[in-house]
Design a binder for this molecule. Sequence first.
Ligand code: AMP
Length: 218
Amino acid sequence: MNIILLGPPGAGKGTQARTMCDSHGYIQLSTGDMLREAKEANSEIGKRAASIMAKGELVTDEVVIALIRDKITEKAGAVGFIFDGFPRTLAQADALEDLLLSIGQSLSHVVELFVDDEKLISRITGRFTCGSCGELYHKLTKPPKKPDVCDVCGSVNKFVFRPDDNEDSFKTRLLAYYRDTSPLIGFYHAKKILRKIDGLGSIDKIQAGINNLIKPVN
Ligand code: AMP
């Protein structure tokens, strides 16, 4: 089963993708994570993407499609992929269809997580991750049990805030979402694989809702 999680920045795509991978063994393919790793590694792609990401603009289709192509080829035997933050343009959506076709697969569902714009900004500005294991936290809604200690891997003082999780960058990212990514909602609706879920509520409740939407119909 191959699933796209679609939604604006802060809708909870990454959190839900991680939970689905833990419970079902899917592989999470997040182009945002891949680009951040490239930046950390100081690779050419990472260096070029860093300033674009900091501003909240989109990295070129060519770059992200190449990243996804490599991962899909490498993990072709996976139970399924959860695409988080990809595709973000119609060109990326077309490329994804071709890439999946090349390994004899297709998209099963596209789940749109919708959240009011006003709620997104507080989600974005309060979130941080464990730099060691990638666990996601939020100052208000999901603080670690002990301050500065990761609940999952126990790392101390490893929490990191994303440089693009600020108000200016958020505005650009939201605009890019409505301008370039939201047309995908109509695109997948027409293909009859679009499912919609309210992205507000507890992580568990949303996860249960997603599982319900994607469960096979007998
Ligand atoms: P994310 O972690 O999904 O919020 O992505 C962080 C940033 O990485 C975005 O604001 C873009 O600059 C870049 N990015 C991630 N995925 C894509 C994509 N599919 N297409 C273009 N840019 C992307």
